[in-house]
Design a protein around this ligand. Structure first.
Ligand SMILES: *[C@@H]1O[C@H](CO)[C@@H](O)[C@H](O)[C@H]1NC(C)=O
Ligand SMILES: *[C@@H]1O[C@H](CO)[C@@H](O)[C@H](O)[C@H]1NC(C)=O
Ligand SMILES: *[C@@H]1O[C@H](CO)[C@@H](O)[C@H](O)[C@H]1NC(C)=O
Ligand SMILES: *[C@@H]1O[C@H](CO)[C@@H](O)[C@H](O)[C@H]1NC(C)=O
Ligand SMILES: [Ca+2]
Length: 155
């Protein structure tokens, strides 16, 4: 355990504690996972839920910028987020009213799932949910049980 803690500290030098699981990025008290595996939106959602999280909600421009950086670093164009057309709600139940649609989006009657695009200032587009894209999961960092699950996943 000591070795694990030391190596995790050195991966996250600015964190006082290893808060997010290995491979996740911490930002604004939340952990973000960018998955470059391309899947349809429903498969992405179920993958995130299997890992005790959900497809990512985006609550502010600074979170959106952070996520855009992860898409760009991976050399990808866009990624699913947890926003779908049922009056455009967040799948994780977040009531965040932050939206960052590209001009003329959402425009698709058959396009019911949202992506964050790294170009165009990280603006969002709706796409058919069956299209295969990378995706984001995220989870809150509010509570000690997250630390425990982070350690489990690191092992
Ligand atoms: C979202 O929910 C929080 C409490 O959970 C509340 O304080 C806030 O006003 C709500 N925001 C909106 C836009 O409904
Ligand atoms: C929505 O807009 C995009 C970009 O302009 C376009 O490629 C797409 O065909 C449009 N979709 C619909 C359903 O009109
Ligand atoms: C995450 O935290 C926000 C408030 O910061 C809260 O509204 C939301 O319900 C939390 N989500 C989970 C899954 O605990
Ligand atoms: C911490 O999270 C667990 C599940 O992840 C939840 O059951 C518990 O109520 C949470 N505690 C607080 C104080 O939010
Ligand atoms: Ca569209």
């Amino acid at each position: 355990l000591m070795v694990l803690l030391i190596s995790t500290f050195s991966l996250y030098p600015q964190a006082a504690f290893p808060l997010c699981p290995t491979g996740w990025s911490e930002y604004g008290n939340r952990c973000f996972l960018f998955q470059s595996t391309e899947t349809d939106w429903a498969t992405a959602e179920s993958y995130c839920r299997q890992h005790h999280t959900d497809l990512a909600s985006v609550r502010s421009m600074s979170e959106n910028e952070q996520m855009k950086g992860l898409v760009q670093s991976a050399g990808e164009i866009q990624a699913w987020i947890g926003l779908y057309r049922n009056s455009w709600m967040w799948v994780d139940g977040s009531n965040s009213s932050f939206r960052h649609w590209r001009a003329s989006e959402p425009n698709g009657s058959e396009e019911n799932c949202a992506t964050a695009v790294h170009a165009d200032a990280g603006q969002w587009e709706d796409w058919p949910c069956s299209w295969k894209m990378p995706f984001f999961c995220n989870k809150n960092l509010s509570n000690a049980s997250l630390l425990a699950s982070a350690e489990e996943e690191a092992l």
